[in-house]
Design a protein around this ligand. Structure first.
Ligand code: HEM
Length: 476
């Protein structure tokens, strides 16, 4: 299995992703067959560089995968992120519409090459090596060179510590006891061919047993998804990879906080923290309602249902509460029911930031003090997540929790940090943010949009045997 499934490469801070189109099928196949993808087993000490590869449905078509094999991939993957009805339901319309994207719509990529390295020098050297290797077989699409730039202390561009909460998977190792989930999440939620939280196997692409190359793949396991349907499992040890390039309006974000603070009420950094659900240093609002600790925090074992049922500390509509409502889904569900449901909508996040910092200090006080009204610099997040079921995991979270105006007790709000805004007279208006407080809550109306989607796609990250199958000669 590719190592990206089990680790985010915190120790390899430099990364670049190449979005590519196949220009010469035979050369592209050769490149993919000989690519030294980093396996999950490779120990950290032996790694200065890591290489990963993922393909879109268009890429698999271009490589002439037999139609009967292609048809076994998930519908979301086959249709793509920019399929029109999907765009509307994900909030990828209006400002976020695919027609405005920098990549992923006018020209969809076929292949994504992901290169991680310990230093800029090692990254550059590896990129040159890969560019020479894919040579005439593949070419970069427009805006297909995705540069990344890590911010110290795991910060994202608004100035908040990110990548703290991650679903624990026993089989992937590394548990630190500082987790919300007391029992690990089943590996089949994040990698195909293993039992998932439904105690079955997520639908996986297959190859008929009689087809050329099938003998090199493992057989499917008989289960409720494939009763008595033996085939070779092309999905085993692979997964789906979701990419969304999100630009962040950092001056706009902090200008808004300053403006609202001047109108009375909470301090600007407190309002921003209320929208995120954590303080800039990572400390959760639930356990630190009145201010954060001085040091960076990875605290993650907090709960909502008893500690903060009304969202007085961490608003119900904050980004982290929407993205993973933990033990409080609302609508009369018990804690246990909530946890059972929320477990089935987790994602392994592998995001990387891009662009220069708005202020080198990344200190929100400095960002607030900066008078620059607007700025040309592009910065943001390459949001990347791994899921075995795009519809049940990424799309459900994005549609039902991030974008939906109806969430818990809310009915006109959307995710305050990353939501696409629908404004009056749209019947699905979601441009408010409700901040519960005593004696009266505070409502922020007509919220601006702080992030914009500028590209995206659904990819298949194959297991190592599946990559060899994909790269073989399939005939016309
Ligand atoms: C520019 C865009 C984004 C920014 C700035 C951002 C920022 C953050 C921050 C600061 C945290 C808290 C740190 C942590 O718990 O790891 C967080 C958590 C999280 N975010 Fe985002 N995020 C962005 C996009 C997204 C997207 C697109 C999704 C999914 C659709 C998402 C899902 C999550 C999840 C699942 C968590 C963890 C929640 C928990 O378990 O408590 N984020 N994000």
């Amino acid at each position: 299995m590719q190592g990206l499934i089990v680790r985010g490469y915190g120790g390899l801070p430099c990364a670049q992703f190449h979005l590519l189109r196949i220009t010469d099928r035979a050369a592209a196949r050769r490149y993919l067959r000989t690519l030294e993808v980093t396996p999950a087993e490779k120990p950290a000490s032996a790694r200065e560089v890591a290489l990963h590869v993922a393909l879109t449905a268009d890429g698999l078509r271009e490589l002439q995968l037999p139609a009967e094999v292609l048809a076994t991939f998930s519908r979301e993957f086959l249709e793509g992120m920019d399929e029109p009805s999907r765009s509307t339901s994900l909030g990828d319309d209006l400002e976020n519409a695919p027609e405005k994207w920098r990549w992923g719509h006018a020209e969809r990529p076929h292949v994504m090459l992901m290169v991680y390295a310990v230093s800029d020098r090692r990254l550059e050297a590896e990129l040159r090596r890969q560019e020479a290797a894919y040579g005439a077989g593949l070419r970069l699409i427009e805006n297909g060179r995705q540069e990344t730039r890590q911010i110290p202390d795991q910060k994202e561009h608004f100035g908040f510590r990110d990548g703290i909460s991650t679903p624990p998977v026993a089989e992937f190792g590394k548990r630190d006891g500082n987790e919300f989930w007391t029992t690990p999440i089943a590996p089949g939620e994040f990698v195909l061919g293993y039992l998932n939280e439904h105690k079955t196997y997520s639908e996986s692409p297959t190859v008929p047993l009689s087809a050329p190359g099938a003998a090199d793949l493992p057989p499917t396991v008989e289960n409720v998804s494939y009763p008595a349907h033996p085939a070779a499992d092309l999905g085993k040890n692979g997964t789906y990879l979701v990419v969304r390039e999100l630009e962040q309006d950092v001056p706009g974000f902090w200008r808004y906080m300053a403006e609202k603070s001047r109108e009375g009420g909470v301090a600007p950094i407190t309002l921003a923290a209320k929208m995120v659900g954590r303080w800039p240093n990572g400390a959760p609002l639930v356990t630190h309602p009145d201010g954060s600790t001085a040091q960076s925090s990875n605290e993650n074992a907090f709960r909502y249902a008893h500690e903060d049922p009304d969202g007085l500390a961490c608003p119900i509509g904050s980004h982290i509460r929407r993205a993973s409502p933990r033990d409080q889904l609302g609508a009369g569900r018990s804690e246990e029911q909530s946890e059972q449901m929320v477990r089935k909508h987790q994602m392994l996040r592998r995001a990387r930031t891009f662009g220069h910092r708005y202020d080198p200090s990344m200190d929100p006080r400095e960002m607030l003090a900066k008078a620059v009204p607007t700025e040309d610099e592009r910065r943001g997040l390459h949001f990347i997540c791994l899921v075995s079921h795009i519809g049940r995991q990424f799309e459900f979270v994005q549609r039902a929790w991030i974008q939906s105006p109806v969430f818990g007790t809310l009915y006109k709000d959307g995710d305050p940090v990353i939501g696409g805004r629908r404004k009056y007279p749209d019947p699905n208006i979601n441009d408010e943010f409700t901040c519960p407080a005593r004696p009266v809550r505070r409502k922020y109306k007509h919220l601006p949009q702080f992030t914009t989607l500028v590209g995206g796609g659904y990819f298949f990250l194959p297991g190592l045997a599946a990559l060899q199958y994909i790269a073989r000669e399939h005939g016309a």
